[in-house]
Ligand binder design. Structure first.
Ligand SMILES: NC(=O)c1ccc[n+]([C@@H]2O[C@H](COP(=O)([O-])OP(=O)(O)OC[C@H]3O[C@@H](n4cnc5c(N)ncnc54)[C@H](OP(=O)(O)O)[C@@H]3O)[C@@H](O)[C@H]2O)c1
Length: 344
């Protein structure tokens, strides 16, 4: 079968390889992979800036990269009765985390990081690491779901977001836009920040109640407090990292939740602990989540017929361009790649 392999922590080491076709073992299914989506994580893995260089969660090269994928079930291994040939599934990157709370053993093994990722023609994967896709979605849309929709969903669950609550999402990347769509589905008011008025207009079209250009006015936390009558937000989905963390604390209301997922602007933040103590904030970390979390997000997406926002779909031949766009943060929502392998 065709696959792409990253030989080391540099994108220019990415090259096509031919591998033996896999066969599904006990409890596994064989998938024909149809599409992938890129996450910031994939860019970080491709340039050697993801996580620590040792330990159970570290990246291992050579690696079939890209965590998220969508595939069609083409064969069932022994003992699999939850899926059928022809099912369309979202492939969850956490290979050993079917459900329940995080543990080191569940969180560390991850496709596209230290297990083979989605840039391959065929994949034999455990049946409990995939989720049947919402019927209204196409392959590329299905491929956007695993990391971003799971993470966004987990943020809303962590803060128990419901009608009338206020959610702030930072920027207009994959996690933020799923958080916007899912928060609206739960009846919340959503504030979106962005560096771009054009992206903010697109967020408005998806239901954002308030928008704020953080490039024009960096004091977005002050704006959030004003928009909420001085109270602050119930939930801040903290995608951006070190540069924004203090403002995230400042924009949350008493008893609010700062859901810490991102490191786009670095990982080492200086924190005024009184901001957390004084408002009794909940600062909640997240490491993607379980396959069950993805299933819950998919149930909500199917029920509300949410359409994942794909900025652009690339052909496989243009994969490097897709990585470049991810690196620049030039997209709104998600970037997808169709797995159109060469015929030979
Ligand atoms: N821990 C987890 O479970 C988890 C799961 C998923 C993702 N993540 C992490 O969360 C982050 C976001 O992921 P993603 O996939 O949504 O990324 P993404 O699609 O690449 O999002 C990039 C967007 O972030 C925004 N951004 C960049 N710097 C910002 C700043 N200073 N203030 C506000 N927004 C800023 C920009 O939005 P504008 O262009 O609109 O300004 C940019 O387009 C990444 O660090 C990713 O690795 C973590």
């Amino acid at each position: 079968m065709h696959a792409l392999q990253l030989d080391g922590p540099r994108l220019d080491t990415l090259r096509p390889v031919r591998l033996d076709d896999p066969a599904p073992g006990h409890g596994e299914i064989l998938l024909r992979m149809r599409a992938v989506s890129l996450n910031y994580l994939d860019h970080a893995v491709a340039i050697g800036s993801y996580g620590s260089s040792s330990g159970p969660g570290a990246v291992t090269y050579p690696l079939i990269p890209v965590a998220d994928g969508a595939g069609e079930v083409v064969a069932l291994g022994a003992g699999v009765d939850s899926l059928a040939v022809g099912d369309r599934v979202a492939v969850h990157p956490k290979v050993s985390w079917p459900s329940g709370r995080a543990s080191a053993a569940k969180a560390a093994p991850m496709r596209g990081v230290n297990r083979p990722g989605s840039l391959r023609e065929l994949a034999a994967v455990s049946a409990d690491s995939v989720v049947k896709a919402p019927a209204h979605l196409g392959w590329e849309q299905i491929a956007t779901l695993p990391i971003a929709a799971t993470t966004a969903w987990n943020g809303l669950v962590a803060a128990d977001i419901g009608p009338g609550h206020t959610v702030v999402v930072l920027g207009t990347g994959g996690v933020s836009i799923f958080a916007l769509q899912l928060a609206k589905a739960r009846g919340a008011r959503v504030i979106v920040t962005s560096s771009s008025d054009e992206k903010l207009a697109r967020a408005r079209a998806l239901g954002a109640d308030f928008v704020h250009n953080y490039r024009r006015d960096p004091a977005w936390d002050v704006a959030v407090r004003e928009m909420t009558g001085g109270l602050g937000a119930n939930l801040v989905v903290e995608n951006a990292g070190a540069e924004t963390f203090s403002r995230s604390l400042s924009s949350a209301r008493h008893g609010g939740t700062v859901f810490v997922v991102g490191f786009l602007t670095g990982t080492a933040a200086q924190v005024d602990l009184l901001a957390i103590i004084g408002k009794a904030l909940r600062v909640v970390g997240n490491n993607t989540g379980s396959t069950q979390d993805l299933a819950d997000a998919c149930t909500a997406i199917a029920a509300q017929r949410i359409e994942p926002a794909i900025d652009r779909t690339f052909a496989l031949a243009d994969l490097r361009e897709a990585y470049g766009q991810m690196a620049r943060g030039a997209h709104f929502g998600k970037l997808a790649v169709t797995l159109d392998w060469p015929r030979s």
